[in-house]
Design a protein around this ligand. Sequence first.
Ligand SMILES: [Zn+2]
Length: 387
Amino acid sequence: MTTQEESSRPRWLRRWIWGIALVSACCVGAAGVLVQLLMDQSDDDDTDVVTGSGCGNNVPVDPDADLPPVAALSDVQVHNAAVIIAVGQEMEMPVKGWVVAIATAMQETNLRNLANPAYPASLQLPNDGEGYDHDSVGLFQQRPASGWGAVEELMDPATAAQKFYEKLQTVDGWEDMSLTVAAQRVQVSAYPFAYQKHEPKATEIVNTLTGGGSRVPAVNVELGDCAPPGELSAAGWIVPVEGPIWSGFRTAARPNHQGVDIGAPKGTPVVAASSGTVITSECNAFAPDGSPYSCDIDGSPAIAGCGWYVNILHADDRLTRYCHFESRPLVKEGDVVQAGQVIGHVGSSGRSSGPHLHYEVHLNGDRSAAGAVDPVAFMNNVGAALG
Ligand SMILES: [Zn+2]
């Protein structure tokens, strides 16, 4: 099923087809399911996600050293990113700050130290090209006229990064904010939501230059220790619910299982795995005869559908899905949620034989089975290991 096919059909029919898709996506097979569920540990890791391991080391990044390549970035861009990290390390900024700073520079200048003809002096200083954005200069497009500093300072990437971090430190509670809100508080940009889309690439850059540094807790200054369950990673992700993985992604026994089943007691809070926008929040359950079934009561393997469920769209068109809530989700379509925000409670609505969270991760905004990737590999990569 493709989005295109979906959109060409009437809404009631799309919903019905969507319901069938969820039947195949969801959680518990027909007979002997609980036994299978308990035995069905994931051991396959086929995935389209760039994976890595490790959570960084504490060797200071040297921007002038031979740096590893980062896909789609020039040496100049990688060098500037390394400068941002090195300054963050020197200032003992939490790792999340490095990610915020790199994402900000990606949005402002695509990681280039830009001179501005409005400040002729900037053209005489080392630069990576010219930009014409009002009266701002340098890697972060800071404005001399607004008190950010002298042109000579702002055209020096290390000093510009230092000034960015100093301003970030004055923002109360920035560590708990989504990347885009934290960046906006510093930059006061006309496009406040533009920063978030760079979070995945910024974390990839930090990981490449530090050996996996964005997988440490967001508030950590030092690298090395991966974020434990329940803590937000510097990459901006957190496990939706803590518990054992009962059933894995597309296992031999359940090749159409497009997510993982995480066991947890009924009523356990489920949190948004990363910041984003809620695009679905509804009941999806059908009786064997095809008629709608209540999500406010426990389902069973005979029932079809995800039960009470939520889809959240994140930066870079990543999508997460949470199924079988106990009751109506706490969020509704259109809500902007933060990583770690409670969105509902573990239950057993829809096709389910016992309380658990069925959790899916999709790429490219593709909510169909074709867009699903292994949540275990994906969450490992973003510093929020499941299980
Ligand atoms: Zn499942």
